[in-house]
Design a protein around this ligand. Structure first.
Ligand SMILES: *[C@@H]1O[C@H](CO)[C@@H](O)[C@H](O)[C@H]1NC(C)=O
Ligand SMILES: *[C@@H]1O[C@H](CO)[C@@H](O)[C@H](O)[C@H]1NC(C)=O
Length: 222
């Protein structure tokens, strides 16, 4: 297995980006793992697969050495290519040093929001993936994942790590939470209560996920 590890520290930030490219084990294609804070809307829009589900088992992947196969029960597939009408397995590198995902709970009834990528027609996650207990998401984030973010993937959340920073296009909203150097960016203000929405005229602006526009709609964000 060929392994290439690059560590890139963007100038002036405390965050680093780890890019892992693992060749050989899984497929001949490069597979990458990128760590860093991301707004939940970016997580949603950039992930080919997003679902709510339970982790009901795990074992070493039989056909691929050094990989773990997680058995899952998808309770709601929120986003996936249409051939993924059910998701029963999710794969990850086994070793933590290779960005392997370690599931934190043995509770098979606990629901998680899982955002994954697709390699070789399989759903892949790693330790940088957004895999979060559903119960810990705020109401705004649940509403975002279930109904709002999907409609506004033409808008981009631009991360602001240091001042000055500015949007490059009217389709961007500036995510300034990272400036605060908070520990949990997912729990920060703009990540929990705002979505970057297209208001028409190709202009995106922050809008509250608590707003009445969404509160009256049908989806159950419980
Ligand atoms: C497991 O998760 C379910 C659903 O979140 C919860 O109701 C239950 O209390 C949990 N059980 C344990 C043992 O923590
Ligand atoms: C809610 O959903 C039901 C069934 O999908 C639909 O018939 C109804 O019109 C919807 N109500 C609103 C307010 O969107």
């Amino acid at each position: 297995m060929a392994l290439l590890l690059l560590q890139i520290g963007p100038a002036g930030t405390m965050f680093s980006l780890v890019v892992l490219m693992i060749l050989g084990c899984l497929s001949q294609e490069a597979w990458s793992c990128t760590c860093g804070p991301r707004h939940p809307q970016s997580v949603f829009c950039d992930s080919p697969v997003v679902f709510r589900g339970k982790f009901i088992g795990q074992k070493d992947c039989a056909e691929r050495e050094h990989w773990t196969e997680f058995e899952v029960k998808a309770t709601k597939i929120i986003k996936a290519p249409k051939e993924f009408d059910d998701i029963q397995f999710v794969y990850s590198p086994k070793m933590e040093s290779l960005c392997g995902y370690q599931h934190p709970s043995s509770n098979k009834s606990e629901e998680f929001l899982v955002a994954g990528s697709i390699v070789d027609e399989k759903v892949y996650i790693n330790s940088c993936s957004f895999v979060v207990p559903w119960a810990t998401l705020t109401l705004g984030q649940k509403r975002g994942f279930l109904q709002v973010y999907a409609k506004h993937c033409d808008c981009q959340v631009k991360q602001c790590f240091s001042v000055p920073c500015a949007v490059d296009s009217p389709l961007q909203c500036l995510w300034t939470d990272p400036l605060m150097r908070r520990k949990s960016l997912y729990a920060s203000h703009q990540a929990t209560t705002w979505a970057c929405v297209n208001k028409g005229d190709n202009m995106c602006i922050w809008n509250s996920l608590k707003s009445r526009t969404y509160a009256n709609s049908n989806a159950t964000a419980q």
